[in-house]
Design a protein around this ligand. Sequence first.
Ligand SMILES: Cc1ncc(COP(=O)(O)O)c(N)n1
Length: 546
Amino acid sequence: MTIAGTDSSGGAGIQADIKTFTAFGCYGTSVITAMTAQNTTGVQGVHPSPPEFVRQQLHSVLSDVKIEAIKTGMLFDADNTVAVAASLKAHFGGPGSAMPPLVCDPVCVSTSGHTLLQPDAVKVMISDLFPITALVTPNRQEAELLLSQQDKELKISSLEDMVSAAKKLRELGPKAVLLKGGHIVITMQDIERVCSSNPDIEVVKDALLGDNMEILQASEADAATRELVVDVLHQSNGSTSIFVRPRINSTSTHGTGCTLSAAITSALARGLSIRDATSLATSYTHAGIETAFPIGSGYGPLNHMHSITLRNIPKPTLSNPHPFTRLLIKSTSKIWKEYVEHDFVKQLGQGTLRRECFIHFIKQDYHYLKYYGRAYALLGAKSPSYPAIQAAAQTMFNVVNEVKTHVSFCEQWGITEEELKSTPESSATTAYGAFIIDTGLQGDRSKLIMALAACLLGYGEVGLWLRKQASLPNSWVKWEGNPYLKWMEDYSGEHYQNAVKAGLDTIEAEAAADPPSIVRFQEWVATWERCTRLEKGFWDMALGLL
Ligand SMILES: Cc1ncc(COP(=O)(O)O)c(N)n1
């Protein structure tokens, strides 16, 4: 449900909210607090709803429809603000009627400079609405106005100011604060500076920023001085996360705040946490600006419907042959790095890895391959065409054959096949294997492909990384004479790398043939991330023997 003002030009307010709810697959209801005569150049008139009529609309909706999440936008005056807060408290005050998450976008002034919240309403918003608010989403100007009650001089002009203002705003009563930084230019250097003095801050980078990976071959200079937009989320558990994305110079920004808060509300209605909802919503809004088409002569609206397909999967090029996989890895670059540059891998490369750890690992790998083979059989069963069935079946055979190589490899380490069979499966192996099979059984073929990719691509990455490191002068990787040379040769060798290439092509083809919605993409990322984490867990387990 949105409680806000209308925008006759369709880009902000109720209209933006309903479009955004729809794009997120949610059903929207609306309570109108004011009508505006408005276009892309400004607000020409405001006609507030009488407070009794605001109450009546709220009653009509709440007495009939089960609401999963609520947002407030333009409330216009103190009377309407009181009406909204009182109605919500009355409806959700009783036993068994818990308040759904309330996102308060404290709309005060339009982009064009028109007052959308009268000065005496600010105090009421703080006293009546904030205590029942799950998340308040001010921009810089709104944050300064809200905090001016305590400190008239307060100005927010740096990332440090944003972090401290977000904390102060939290003390006004809402459970969490998202301070939006669209009006403050920030660079990577600022982020590094702030994070080095506040190591607890979580940095959530948009998929378009991130690290380079060997298997994706291309490089992209991430200039320390590139202009960024940063939003700061501070929550009641004391955690602070900052959401970072590239700045777009665009005039298609009318209704950005409404859209962002409506997107967060939708994601909360779908059950995401505030942090994950914010991450998804900032991506969605960014893509809306990026893909907007010009409407009107002033500040035009965003494109709300881009998420029907995933934005921005660039076409493959020579320098970026696997754009979708790149997006996937960049979306999870932190955990991916922890996996592929794990201490287990480093010690293996140095040749210092303890023999027991390696033996534990290859024994468990023997069990894991069983799940992995079965999962490809399941993928075959879910494949729509002969070539797709063939590809899945072929990989299943490759895995089964790999087991034979694995058994003879283990023999060289003094482990018989009998011993492999009788080794109990560790929890990390069962967890990972079961997760893959479970993902496959849930029904979505693409999700299963994402689940299987973390293993395939990760080992390919490890092989290439170690080989590349070994080729550098004075390298920490010991190649010749390393007891694990054969393992490194296998995973960096042509045979395995060809399998990686085939896997990359499958993922790219899957994404190109049926580009996912942003919500579905997020599900793919979540699956991929779970498997990356489980892979890391597999190596933690092997090192845990120490
Ligand atoms: C009805 C209504 N609600 C909110 C806004 C703020 O949007 P923006 O800051 O983009 O002008 C607006 N212009 N109109």
